[in-house]
Design a protein around this ligand. Structure first.
Ligand code: ZN
Length: 209
């Protein structure tokens, strides 16, 4: 696996690992144009390293185990995508004050129950709120643990009331601002685009008047 990451800090704006992982999709607002950004185990390990939940050596070793198993095994990626979809569905429901789909909630807990069999768990890192864990030897499936655990922790806590969906791109994030009025994943991208759009529409309206 390459030492160069495809990710950048702007990909991690959600405030929780589970939501950042849900956001690894382009064009959430347009189902016809959905494009997943994590499509191989390699990309998944790389994402986890960048998210600060997996050690780079551990990621390399997961990658090697995967290779030895002769994978291209889509199992891990399919499980990751299912988890991504469940997290997105459930927390989008919270963002819009809807009752979450109980099947998706159960699926998140089931993912956690499966992943936890493949790791040695530790405490929560107080700085990042990530779970500390070690993937057990020969069991790369454990890499989904921090994502599932982050989602379960959000489900069980009070923070979920502050989850929002970016009005510009559909990414989910935890609004940790003081006044709880954050509307954008990032002001410098979606926020500015919306401002420019409003400015353009207002100018057009005044020209037409
Ligand atoms: Zn956005």
């Amino acid at each position: 696996m390459s030492d160069l990451s495809q990710w950048k800090p702007d990909d991690f704006i959600a405030g929780r690992v589970a939501l950042d992982f849900a956001n690894t999709m382009d064009n959430w607002l347009d189902p016809a144009k959905h494009r997943r950004l994590v499509e191989t185990p390699d990309q998944l390990y790389d994402w986890l390293v960048y998210a600060g939940t997996l050690d780079r050596d551990e990621a390399k070793w997961c990658f090697e185990v995967d290779q030895v198993r002769g994978h291209g095994d889509r199992g891990l990626v399919i499980a990751a995508h299912a988890l991504q979809d469940h997290i997105h569905t459930v927390f989008q429901d919270f963002a819009y004050r809807r009752e979450p789909d109980p099947r998706c909630v159960s699926a998140i807990y089931e993912s956690l129950a499966r992943a936890v069999l493949h790791v040695k768990t530790g405490d929560i890192d107080p700085c990042t709120c990530n779970y500390l864990f070690e993937v057990l030897i020969d069991q790369p499936e454990g890499v989904l643990y921090p994502i599932a655990a982050s989602a379960a922790r959000l489900l069980l806590g009070e923070d979920k009331a502050n989850i929002k969906e970016c009005e510009g791109c559909g990414w989910l994030f935890l609004d940790q601002s003081k006044n709880k009025r954050r509307r954008w994943c990032e002001m410098k991208t979606c926020g500015n685009r919306a401002k420019a759009r409003r400015f353009y529409q207002a100018r057009k309206a005044s020209e037409a008047a």
